[in-house]
Design a protein around this ligand. Structure first.
Ligand code: PPE
Length: 304
């Protein structure tokens, strides 16, 4: 990865190479921490952070869910992200990664007395699933791992520990020669990708599962808002794997993945085997919004 100049750590700007933690950092051992992933795009009027308030709110909600008290307010965290981008003097798109973690000083599972630390890093991160993936679509494998069950983990939290499962699913898919994993829930219905939500298109209708077994994705919400404004019929309901196979189009949404078409699932070609027409239309609209070219959605951008 490409280094930037500074990382924000607990209120101060630390040079990139000095942004370190102790080996007995609680989160490293037990996996309780929460994070966000937010993008800033280079618009005509300079860098703008996409849906900063929503991402920061989700970070605080994630912390609440896993019983971590964040020592900063929503406003302080938003300001820190803005200031971080200013200080680093970025001249192109960046990805912002706020992380709330339990620090050094207490060991043992009981976490309530561990210090709470917050860090925010930002760096240049290109197309998550490749430039070619954005244009031509990617190949996906249904994972042998079920998405973390709601009976044992809390999927509304973007919690560090939840990502062990995602990581194993991603690894399995990549060593099998695919580009991304699609996880089913513990009942066998489509949950989400390792770091994305899924949409399919059938007969002109846009379908995505409810967030019972997926993160409350901000990109998914944006796509639904766009579709609604365009008058595209929307269905939020469960999807089975065989329905994905016979969909006219399919795509993933996520901050990192943006809008990535899916051209194949488990050896079945989806639609015409490339980016579908509705996918292209929604993808284009999404990029128009994040790059500040669509005034209707200007409220989603925070210029720095
Ligand atoms: N589901 C999961 C499990 C998930 O991690 C993400 C984001 C989403 C859905 C989409 O959420 P949203 O970004 O709000 O639309 N995954 C982040 C992590 C990627 C990474 O590899 O790190 C992201 O896209 O930033």
């Amino acid at each position: 990865m490409e280094k930037a100049q500074y990382i924000w750590m607990d209120g101060t700007f630390v040079p990139w190479d000095e942004a370190k933690v102790h080996i007995l950092t609680h989160t490293l051992h037990y996996g309780n921490g929460v994070f966000e992933g937010t993008r800033a795009y280079k618009t005509q009027r300079g860098l703008a952070i996409f849906r900063l308030q929503d991402h920061t709110k989700r970070l605080l909600n994630s912390a609440k869910i896993v019983a971590i008290k964040v020592p900063y307010s929503q406003e302080e965290l938003e300001e820190a992200q803005i200031e971080l981008l200013r200080r680093n003097g970025f001249d192109s798109n960046v990805y912002i990664r706020p992380l709330v973690y339990l620090g050094y000083g207490v060991m043992g599972l009981y976490h309530a007395k561990a210090p709470v630390n917050v860090a925010i890093a930002a760096w240049k991160w290109g197309a998550y699933l490749g430039e070619e993936g954005l244009e031509r679509g990617i190949r996906v494998k249904i994972s042998s791992f079920a998405r973390n069950s709601v009976k044992s983990t809390m999927g509304k939290a973007k919690a560090v520990g939840n990502y062990l499962n995602s990581q194993m699913a991603k690894y399995e898919a990549l060593i099998a020669g695919y580009e991304e994993a699609l996880l089913l829930d513990d009942e066998g219905f489509v949950a989400e990708g390792s770091g994305e939500c899924l949409f399919i298109v059938r007969d002109g209708r846009l379908i995505t599962p409810p967030n019972d077994n997926s993160l409350e994705s901000i990109t998914q919400d944006t796509i639904l808002q766009i579709a609604q404004a365009k008058g595209i019929p929307i269905e939020r309901r469960r999807i089975t794997r065989d329905e994905v196979y016979i969909a006219d189009e399919a795509f993933f949404t996520g901050t990192a993945a943006e809008v990535t078409p899916i051209r194949e699932v488990d050896g079945r070609t989806i639609g015409n085997g490339s980016r579908g027409e509705m996918t292209r239309e929604l993808q284009e609209a999404y990029f128009d919004i994040v790059y500040g070219r669509d005034p209707t959605y200007a409220h989603m951008l925070t210029y720095i």
